[in-house]
Write a protein that binds this ligand. Sequence first.
Ligand code: HEM
Length: 379
Amino acid sequence: MTVSPAAVRAARRRDRRVYTRSHPLLFALLAAARRRPVTRLGRAVLVHDAAPYRHALTRIPLDRTAAGTTGGAARELSTADVLFDQEGGGHRGARRTLAEDLSAAGVERLRPVWQEALGRHLAPLAEGRDVDLVPLARELAAVGVCTLLGSAADPHAVAVAAGEAAAAAVRDHLPGPRLPGARRAAATATARLETLLSTGTDGRAGLRAMLAVAAVNTSVAALPRAAAWCADAGLWDQAADDRLRPALVTELLRVTAPSPLLPRAAAADADLGGCPVRKGDRLILVARHAVRAHLQPPDARRPAPPAVAQLVFGAGPHACPGARLARAQLEDVLAALAPHRPAVTGARVDRGAALPGWRSLTVRAAGRHESAARFEEDR
Ligand code: HEM
C-alpha cells in the first residue's frame, strides 16, 4: 500500500505542534536559517546538513564541559563524571561498563521486563477504550533503566525525577534571562534521582542518574510521537510487517529526531563546510534538519540512507550507547499496536518538557474511534 500524501501532511501537521507550541521562536529561527548548510549568527554556528553535522561531532575538538552544552549542563547537575562531559581514557572506560549491558544480548535480557508493562498498558485497546501512550513510554523507559542498573527503585519515581531534572536544566539554559530557581530545581531533582538510584556501594550515583535522564526523556518524547506519526500517516501495514518494521522504526526515529538540537562548543579553530569556526564558538547542531526530517516523510519501503538516519543518535565517540535499546522498545510498541490499527483521539503538547513531545497522546483501536475523533482535544 502506498502512503497517502494527505495522510502524511496530517501527520506532519500534528507532529510540528510539539515544536511550535513549546518553542515557537526557536523553531521559526531554525526554520528560517536552514536553507544554508552552515550559518553563523554572532558566536553561534548553526549546522543543518548531514555532512557538517557529522564533521562537527567527529572531527572538530569539542569542549565537553562548556556552559550551554549537553556536557556542561550534565556537569552542573552532578558532581560526578557522567559520560557527556568526559574525554579520552576516562570516557572510554565509562562506556565499556555500559557496552555489555546495552549490547544485543543485554537488550534481549531487558525485553521481558518492558513486554510485561507494554501488555498491561495496551490491554484496554481490546475493550475499545483509550490508551495514553505517554505514561506507557515513561514506564517502558524507566523499568528498562532500573533493570539495567539493577535498581529496585520505583520506576515511576525515577521517571518523574528524570523528567524534572532535564526540564529544569533546559529552562536554566534557554537563551534570555535565567529563570530564578531553575538551577536549584534541576540540582534538587538530580539529587533525588541519585538517591533513588544509588546502590550506596559503587559511588556511581551520578552516572546512573545521567543514564536515567538520557534514557527516560528521549524515550518519552520518541515513542508517542512515533506512534502518532504511524497512526496519522496510515503506516500500520508497515508496522505489522515483521520484515518492514525495523526500517519503519529507523524512519520514525529519523522524522521525530527526539533530540532535535545538540548544543556543543568548539575547543579549537576549525572549518565547517567552508564556514570558519573559532575556539569558543557555540555549535548548534540541528539533528532534525541533518536527517531531513522536515523534507522526507517516513517510509520503510523508501528509507533514507542509514548513514543519515543514524545521526539522530549523534556520531563519533559520544554517539548514543542506548540506540539499540531505544529501537527495540519502539519496535515492540509498534508490533503491539499494529493489530489494533489505532487512531489518535487526543493530543496535548508538553510545553515544559526538556525535549519536544506530548504531555498526553491517546489512541483508540480502529473502528472504535470515529465518534471520539469528533471530540478530539488538541490544545
Ligand atoms: C530515541 C531515543 C534516544 C535518542 C534519540 C538519543 C539520542 C542521543 C544523542 C543525540 C546523544 C548525543 C550523541 C553525540 O554527542 O554524538 C546521546 C547520548 C547519550 N545517550 Fe541517547 N538517545 C536515546 C535513548 C537513549 C537510551 C535509551 C539511553 C540509555 C539506556 C541513552 C543513553 C545515552 C548516553 C549515556 C549518552 C551519552 C554518551 C556519551 O557522551 O558518551 N540514550 N543520545
